[in-house]
Design a binder for this molecule. Structure first.
Ligand SMILES: Nc1ncnc2c1ncn2[C@@H]1O[C@H](COP(=O)(O)OP(=O)(O)O)[C@@H](O)[C@H]1O
Ligand SMILES: [Mg+2]
Length: 363
């Protein structure tokens, strides 16, 4: 049964539902609690990082109608911490009268790398050359289109560099296609970037927007290792990034925080690598380096509150703590410049994001 939509701005004491209960959900829940909201988490795994700091936790698959009904019974609005939420789940919640933000356009664009890059190009945001392939033969043909070497990526479900293979020569593309499991892929031209940057941006229910200073990002093996923010960039680069963010936010009729990963090319031109319709790892520095951090900003946006100021208050080096590295918590706790954020994950696996440290310096 459908019900009347919530009154916005959502009053403290209301409940915000979050699909996904990892570290992003946890930090969203902590921000929501600070503003007086209760949080209901839906996640297939029990006892996750977000569930343990939230008022309500539902253990169910994302497409389980009973779990979604339970979430709808609790939550006044729903958001998500990761972009692979099934479209049908969002549709069911909407049919039950619970608004989901960001909306379906953002999910559709972010779930498929071919749709994503096509959307970006159509909205005046440049990317590397790319071509789709759904068979070994098409993969070889796509290679010839984008040039060698090329990066083959599964169209769906990749993260932290998973589902990707570099292909040096066109004939090797057939084998790489098989190695990635035979799912539809795209081939991307090698970016040859000078640096990786990102911009975290937000759009409110009223269409107002806010952007954070750029972060400079360093990856290892496809996983974010560290970010430095505010990045030292010339004004023209910052302006380009803000223009890209404005186009993406408007093009998706977006509500919430978005992370936009950028390649800075020689000469300062920016290409978009990918968009993440959620709070983003390269925005974790805002927890200790900005007036209103990305997590509170996202909660404000989905709750229909005014967006908060995004000015930097410090220069931050954000270091992801992967696998066993979080065991160094005592060392970080002894460093006066370090702000430690641990996610409470029960098990440390290699490459797993267990926490992060923000090393704070004066601006
Ligand atoms: N076309 C490309 N050329 C060069 N490097 C790339 C390209 N695409 C991705 N990378 C590198 O791989 C990393 C992960 O790729 P990305 O597309 O962001 O996937 P994920 O969804 O796993 O984050 C990027 O941050 C960048 O360092
Ligand atoms: Mg990425």
């Amino acid at each position: 049964m459908s019900r009347s939509p919530p009154v916005l701005p959502l009053a403290p004491g209301s409940t915000i539902g979050i699909l996904g209960g990892g570290q992003l959900g946890r930090m969203l829940a902590q921000a929501a609690a600070r503003l007086g909201f209760d949080v209901a988490i839906l996640d297939p795994e029990p006892d996750g990082p977000a569930a343990r700091v939230s008022a309500h936790a539902i253990t169910a698959a994302y497409d389980d109608p009973k779990g979604l009904q339970a979430l709808a019974d609790l939550a006044d609005v729903v958001t998500y911490e990761f972009e692979n939420v099934p479209a049908a789940a969002v549709a069911q919640l909407a049919a039950l009268g619970v608004p989901v933000a960001p909306g379906p356009a953002a999910l559709e664009a972010a779930q498929d790398r071919f749709v994503e890059k096509s959307f970006l190009n159509a909205h005046g945001a440049s990317t590397v050359a790319f071509a789709p392939a759904a068979s070994p033969q098409e993969a070889v043909g796509a290679m010839e289109q984008v040039g060698a070497p090329a990066l083959m990526k599964t169209r769906r479900e990749g993260y932290d560099g998973k589902g990707q293979r570099w292909v040096e020569h066109a004939p090797d593309a057939a084998r790489a296609f098989a190695e990635l499991g035979g799912a539809p892929v795209i081939l991307e031209a090698a970016a040859g970037f000078r640096r990786e940057l990102s911009i975290i941006a937000a759009r409110g229910r009223d269409g107002s927007t806010a952007v954070y200073p750029l972060a400079e990002n360093h990856h290892e093996g496809g996983i974010l290792r560290r970010s430095i923010a505010p990045a030292r960039v010339v004004a023209a680069v910052a302006e380009q990034a803000e223009r890209i963010a404005a186009r993406v936010l408007a093009g998706l009729d977006y509500v919430g925080v978005i992370g936009i990963e950028l390649f800075e090319m020689e000469g300062g031109r920016l290409l978009v690598n990918e968009i993440a319709p959620r709070v983003h790892n390269t925005g974790h520095w805002t927890l200790d380096g900005c007036e209103v951090d990305q997590f509170e900003q996202h909660i404000r946006a989905v709750a229909g509150w005014p967006l908060g100021p995004t000015h930097p208050t410090a220069r931050v080096e954000m270091l992801n703590l992967l696998g066993d590295e979080a065991q160094g918590w005592l060392k970080f706790a002894q460093e006066p410049e370090s702000r430690l954020h641990l996610y409470g994950k029960r098990e440390a696996k290699p490459g797993r994001k267990m926490g992060h440290v923000n090393r704070v310096k004066p601006l």
